[in-house]
Design a protein around this ligand. Structure first.
Ligand code: HEM
Length: 354
């Protein structure tokens, strides 16, 4: 018996257009996920997962349609690029699903989730190059109105069902993926002092900081700038906070240190001060809105142990609800500003290469 028309594979141009939209969607949600640490952002990860699974189905249909062309006599750089795009896309989807089911991979400083992000970003670049040679907009006659809408509603429902099923299978099989946070991260080293993983965003890897020659500057849009030597730091705050790293682990600890609110009170920010920037000895830096910064801590100790070098001795920012790369390590300056310093978004990629 013939399948109903809306169950048949979509028109080739509509399928290509959907692949473009699908990749754009998972790439966008993937990039936004890197900056999402609060439960109110769980939808970013959920829609990324469902989008990734819908895309897996679309990629399957596309590969079925074009597979005969790869073995043919015509070989060219354009076909080689298409094959590479297919392999990297399947790799990105496969590594995402493998991560969700609890798989791990030891790639030196990186792991499976880093590989997934790397492949995901590569899909974006390769697809852009592929479009230069292959892109044709679907015409009005390709779109088939109601039938196309039905097909895509069905595809999203199947993706959502697969996502739900994946959670049940993970729970039943008690995989390492079953207990992951909504961010996809798995627990590592909570409540055990410095024994949690040491990772650095990109290349930051300074020599150990000598507390005797180190000092903390607090300045910018303030009435009373100040500079504190290490012995002058007063631990006046304690905070239980969860560090969630974009490389796929999280760790919860009791942090002790200097409250940013007390530092700000001491320097008296100007009325129009809006941001507080935390700068590392490496030049790495990140800013928080001033109200949020008041709730942050500059930690000297974790679970009662002095911070070790890998975790940012002598001072590390503890910014609850932010991802790990925003918890600046080896802090030597706190600067109050009126406007956000946009160069910091570049600095986090290049600071360790100097
Ligand atoms: C910047 C790029 C990306 C980032 C940061 C990223 C991040 C993530 C994270 C954190 C997860 C785990 C979610 C969870 O545990 O529930 C995940 C899963 C997944 N990602 Fe990505 N991703 C990126 C790009 C991509 C791309 C381009 C694709 C597709 C080509 C993709 C497909 C998937 C799939 C299929 C899953 C598994 C969903 C599931 O089985 O529930 N991702 N991704």
């Amino acid at each position: 018996m013939d399948r109903p028309a809306w169950l048949r594979a979509p028109n080739p141009r509509v399928l290509d257009g959907s692949l473009l939209v699908g990749v754009g969607f998972v790439l966008a949600t993937g990039v936004v996920s890197l900056f999402s640490g609060r439960p109110s952002r769980a939808w970013v990860f959920l829609t990324h997962g469902v989008g990734g699974l819908v895309l897996a189905g679309l990629v399957g249909l596309k590969l079925r349609r074009v597979r005969h062309r790869v073995g043919g006599a015509r070989h060219s750089a354009v076909i080689a690029l298409s094959v590479l795009l297919a392999v990297v896309t399947v790799g990105a989807i496969g590594s995402g699903v493998a991560w969700v089911f609890g798989a791990s991979l030891d790639l030196g400083p990186w792991g499976l989730l880093n590989l997934h992000v790397g492949l995901g970003l590569a899909v974006g670049g390769l697809l852009a190059a592929h479009l230069v040679y292959r892109f044709r907009l679907p015409g009005r006659s390709d779109i088939e109105g109601r039938r196309t809408a039905l097909r895509y509603t069905a595809a999203v429902l199947v993706g959502a069902a697969a996502y739900r099923l994946q959670a049940s299978v993970n729970d039943a099989a008690e995989t390492a993926g079953a207990d992951r946070r909504f961010t996809g991260s798995r627990e590592d080293g909570s409540d055990d002092g410095n024994a949690f993983p040491v990772t650095s965003w990109m290349a930051d890897d300074p020599d150990p900081v000598d507390a005797a020659s180190w000092s903390l500057t607090v300045d910018g849009a303030v009435a009373e700038p100040t500079e504190l030597e290490y012995p002058e730091l007063v631990d006046d705050d304690e905070r239980r906070a969860l560090l969630d790293c974009t490389s796929g682990w999280y760790s919860e600890h009791d942090w002790t240190g200097v409250s940013v609110a007390s530092l700000l009170d001491a320097v008296d920010p100007d009325d129009d001060a809006a941001w507080v920037q935390f700068r590392s000895v490496t030049g790495y830096r990140w800013s928080l809105p001033i109200e949020e910064a008041r709730g942050a801590l500059l930690a000297t100790a974790v679970d009662g142990e002095g911070l070790d070098h890998g975790h940012g001795f002598p001072l590390r920012l503890v910014a609850p609800g932010r991802r790990g790369f925003q918890w600046v390590k080896w802090v030597e300056a706190v600067r109050v500003t009126r406007r956000r310093d946009h160069t910091e978004r570049l600095a986090i990629f290049v600071s360790g290469f100097g």
